[in-house]
Design a binder for this molecule. Structure first.
Ligand SMILES: [Zn+2]
Ligand SMILES: [Zn+2]
Length: 215
């Protein structure tokens, strides 16, 4: 249970960027640095951790917009998302214009992630689950030892990700949630891309899109 986290809402979309770190080594990863890098860097300084990499769930501007700049500033490798999100990475400058975000640069991840991969943060290991539907290359990070998942825009408390973007697909998203996430266990707590945390068990009971009784 030595993975710690701090949620840092960033961008006008209040995206839940997460600083996660291995308590034993103080080594950390920034998950989804969408923007507001000053706030992310303040959190890093306050926690006194050493960031060793950037992890990305998917390449929408509010999640990936600050990636190139942060990677350059701190000399960090970029891991994720799945390569099916490359068109979103290539489109970051246009996404920035469209949503009125600060200019955002294209980048090339050092490692594309696949279903079944693992990523490390210090001495801690997280499993990678490919969960398409919101975007085709969306991945989720799962830390089994502490029962914590970082799910990006796949699942929210009481809702699910939008599927009206290019290459989004509603049925694929619902399948990702039911067949990949819920089997991880009712007790698993998750940090969504936006809004408050919840558990898979809570969403199975009451989520209007993917609860068990919705069939
Ligand atoms: Zn998104
Ligand atoms: Zn988002």
């Amino acid at each position: 249970m030595s993975l710690k986290y701090r949620i840092i809402p960033v961008t006008p979309f209040q995206q839940n960027c997460s600083l996660i770190w291995c308590d034993a080594t103080g080594k950390a990863a920034v998950v989804d640095p969408g923007g507001d890098l000053d706030r992310i860097r303040s959190a890093i300084a306050e926690e006194g951790v050493t960031v060793e990499k950037i992890l990305l769930t998917h390449a929408h501007i509010d999640h990936a917009g600050g990636t190139a700049e942060l990677a350059k500033a701190l000399s960090l490798p970029i891991e994720g998302p799945h390569r099916d999100d490359n068109f979103w990475i290539q489109g970051l400058p246009q996404q920035a214009q469209m949503f009125g975000f600060p200019a955002s640069e294209v980048f090339t991840p050092d490692h594309w992630l696949e279903d079944g991969d693992t990523v490390t943060v210090g001495e801690e290991t997280l499993e990678v689950l490919h969960c398409p539907g919101h975007t085709p290359g969306h991945v989720v990070f799962f830390h089994q030892a502490s029962g914590l998942a970082l799910v990006g825009d796949v699942l929210f408390q009481g809702s699910i990700g939008r599927t009206d973007f290019p290459k989004g697909d509603y049925n694929t998203l619902v399948r990702s949630i039911r067949e990949k996430l819920f089997p991880l266990g009712d007790a698993v707590a998750f940090i969504p891309g936006h809004g408050p945390m919840s558990t898979f068990g809570q969403e199975r009971k009451s989520n209007p899109f993917v609860s068990d009784h919705r069939g």
